[in-house]
Structures are given as C-alpha cells and as structure tokens.
Ligand binder design. Structure first.
Ligand SMILES: Cc1cc2nc3c(=O)[nH]c(=O)nc-3n(C[C@H](O)[C@H](O)[C@H](O)COP(=O)(O)OP(=O)(O)OC[C@H]3O[C@@H](n4cnc5c(N)ncnc54)[C@H](O)[C@@H]3O)c2cc1C
Length: 386
C-alpha cells in the first residue's frame, strides 16, 4: 500500500490548481484522474475572473504563458442580450487586456496538467477511484487497477458526480440547484464581432435559457444552451431540438449559421451550484470546484471558482499538516475562507437567476440598473480578476 499525506482526486482545473498550490507550498502529494490528458470535457470554454486571478497568483509564469498560448483567444467585451430587446455590455478598460478568454477544455486542462510539479506531484492518470474507506490512519483509496493509497487527507476535485462528495460527505444529486447544458463545436460561424466579443443571450421558453457563442483562435466556435435542470424537466424542453431551432430560425442568430457546420455531436452535462447547500468538508476531506457545487448560478463560471477553491484548499491542508489535525472542526476554516471569497457573489448570482425567471420583472430590473451594472462591473472585475 502506498502512503501519502495528501491525495487529490480529479485533475480538472480545480484539482490541478490544488496541486499547483500544494507544490508552491512544497507539499508532496498524489493526484489521480480516471482519464489520460489531454482529455475533453463538455463546457462553454469561457474563462473569466477567478481563472485569471488564480493563474496569476500561482506564479511560475503560468499567467504569461496562458496569455501567449497560440490556441487561446482573448476578448475585451461580453454582450448580454435579454430576450432580443435589451442588452448590457460589459467591457474592459483601455489599459487592461481582456475580460474573457476562450480555450477548449481539451487544451486548457492539458495546459494546467503540463505545469504540475515533477518534484511534488505524483501523477496517477488513466486510473479511476473505485472506492473510499475511512481508516484510523487515513482514507484508503482503491483504484481501478487494484492499487491502494492511504492518505491523511484527500481533496475531492472529481466534478459534478464526485465519488468523494457521495461517499464521504453523503451529498445527494440536487437538480433544483443545478443547470443542464448542451454544447457543440461549429466551424464557419459568421459575423463574429471584430473584437471577438462573447455573445450571451437569455432566451425565454417558459423559463430562461442561456445561449452562448464563443469563438476560438482556429476559427471554430463553441455553441451552448441550457438552464435550470428542474425547470427543463418541468417544461419538457429538449435542449438539442431547442438549440437547433434557435440557430436556424432566431432572427438575431440564424444569419451567423447559414454556412456553419457542426463538428462532432451535441454533448450534455450538468453544472451544480450548491454553495451553502451541501457539505464541503468532513473528517480528512475537502471538496473543491464542481464537487463542492461552487459554480456561479447565473453566469456559470465554474472553472475560475473551482481553481480558487483549490488554492484555498491547499492553504488549509498546509495548516492541517502543520498541526496534525484533519478533523472536520479544524477544516471549518476552509469553509469560512470560501465564504469570505465567494459568499456575496455566489448569493447575488443565485438571486439574479431566480429573478430572471420572471421575464417582466427581470427586464425592469435590467432597465433600472443597466447603467449602474455596466459602471460598477469594472470594480467587481478588477477585484476578482487579475
Ligand atoms: C455545457 C457546459 C458549459 C460550461 N461553460 C462554462 C464556461 O464557459 N466557463 C466556466 O467557467 N465554466 C463553465 N462550465 C462549468 C465548468 O465546466 C465546471 O464548473 C468545471 O469543469 C469544474 O471543474 P472541476 O475541476 O471542479 O471539475 P471537472 O472539470 O469536471 O474535472 C473533474 C475531473 O475528475 C475526474 N474524475 C471524475 N471521477 C473520477 C474518479 N472516480 N476517479 C478519478 N478521477 C475522476 C474527471 O476525469 C475530471 O478530469 C460549463 C459546464 C457545462 C456542463
């Protein structure tokens, strides 16, 4: 049996950021993923706010390499259209580089994994976790190939269907606080704005559906649609039919798709937003990213918040190792720090999503606060970004 102080399960952005921060703190650890990188993940592929903040904070030239990566594209503007009638423009100031970046997950996640430390990170990829068992000396992790690892503390960074969340925290799948999205890549999408602005639309179909078109450096685009999982079920919405209908008939969108071809299949997946609605810590474990339900309910930032939670988790693990205390009560500090970092923003976004269900009320709120939102967004962006 292998023995280690720390084991991270999942090497997506949240697990990779945890590993990079642990390495900065000179803490040796295991990092496991059932996949071999580069591996793909259904996503909108948009990076904002915390993704920048974390890459900068992690140092080692990560942020600079990200900015200069030939496959990643950066833009200064996001245009949020509400029901074809109103829009809010979020734009970066002249002196700053970008507000949103587009990076296919197959490339971005690989980019992060390639930066994992050769000294401190022991990688175990292509080998999934089969079971977890609490032992007096730690958590026993059994892998698909029969290997066993005993860790003093583990990090559940294994996404929306986390085995750590299910088995150790006893969290249940909660479709009320979850979104379902479908996404596909296209080539030949026309009329992408000059500055590669992100196109985000709220389209009402008994419920608000969020529609995104994000362009890439190679000319492909990511096209995505989704909304609250419970409501999609309630209104019997078939997201694939719906998005195909939008791109072929919506008067503001169809012209972009006249010569566009879908590359590959539509892929669906979920985004849990369960901040303060689920357990995030317990004896000898912490959850980060989607496993902890930390995505933003309204604008669906899950990569950046996941990465930031990884950094906070690593700092708390350092503390646990120092005091040799891995108890739930000692790890409470992780929860407090997550709340301090994201609490207000995630709650605000949660209520924005709730209001957006009421089309008229939401339009009125946007009408009243539009100027203030656009003006204030600079401050928010700067504080939570780079
Ligand atoms: C369609 C869609 C569009 C989205 N668009 C955006 C967007 O534009 N911007 C944004 O910021 N967020 C977006 N999100 C959310 C974002 O994808 C997630 O929040 C983000 O991937 C969370 O990262 P993570 O590292 O926590 O989990 P993941 O990226 O899911 O990584 C989890 C890792 O754990 C591994 N794993 C799982 N189970 C096991 C196991 N048993 N053993 C070993 N390894 C395991 C997996 O292989 C995977 O590599 C979108 C989500 C969807 C579904």
């Amino acid at each position: 049996m292998i023995k280690t102080d720390v084991c991270i399960i999942g090497a997506g952005p949240s697990g990779a950021a945890t590993s990079l921060m642990l390495s900065n703190l000179k803490i040796s650890h295991y990092i496991i993923d059932k996949e071999i990188f580069p591996r793909d993940k259904a996503c909108g592929d948009g990076l904002i706010l915390y993704a920048y903040k974390v890459m900068k904070l992690l140092g080692n030239n990560l942020f600079e390499e990200f900015l200069n990566h030939p496959k990643f594209l950066h833009s200064k503007r996001i245009k949020l259209h509400i029901n074809n009638k109103q829009h809010i423009l979020f734009s970066e100031s002249e002196d700053r580089d970008m507000l949103i970046s587009y990076a296919k997950r197959i490339d971005f996640d690989h980019f992060l994994v390639e930066h994992l430390s050769e000294t401190y990170a022991q990688k175990e990829f292509g080998n999934g976790v089969k079971s977890l068992e609490e032992k007096p000396a730690g958590i026993l992790i059994k892998l698909k190939d029969g290997k066993e690892i005993l860790a003093k503390i583990i990090v559940g960074a294994d996404g929306a269907q986390s085995i750590v969340s299910k088995k150790l925290a006893n969290n249940k799948i909660d479709t009320k606080n979850m979104s379902t999205f479908v996404t596909a890549y296209f080539n030949g999408v026309k009329d992408i704005p000059k500055g590669n602005d992100a196109e985000v639309r709220i389209i009402y179909k008994n419920m608000p559906l969020f529609f995104y078109v994000f362009p890439f450096a190679n000319g492909d685009s990511n096209v995505t649609l989704g909304g609250n999982s419970n409501q999609i079920k309630k209104y019997n919405i078939n997201l694939i039919d719906e998005i195909e209908n939008i791109i072929s008939t919506n008067e503001n969108i169809q012209h972009k798709f006249t010569n566009a071809t879908r590359i590959g299949k539509w892929r669906g997946w979920v985004i849990p937003y369960r901040f303060e609605k689920q357990k995030m810590i317990g004896n000898r474990f912490l959850l980060v990213g989607d496993a902890a339900g930390l995505a933003n309910a309204f604008y669906k930032e899950g990569i950046g918040t996941g990465m930031m939670s990884g950094v906070i988790a690593a700092r708390n693990i350092e503390r646990s190792l120092k005091y040799n205390d891995f108890s739930e009560s000692f790890l409470k500090n992780y929860e407090v720090e997550i709340k301090n970092e994201f609490g207000k923003l995630l709650k605000f976004s949660f209520y924005m999503l709730k209001i957006s269900r009421f089309k008229r009320l939401f339009s009125l709120v946007v009408f009243i606060f539009k100027k203030r939102i656009s003006k204030k967004s600079f401050r928010i962006i700067k504080k939570r970004s780079y």
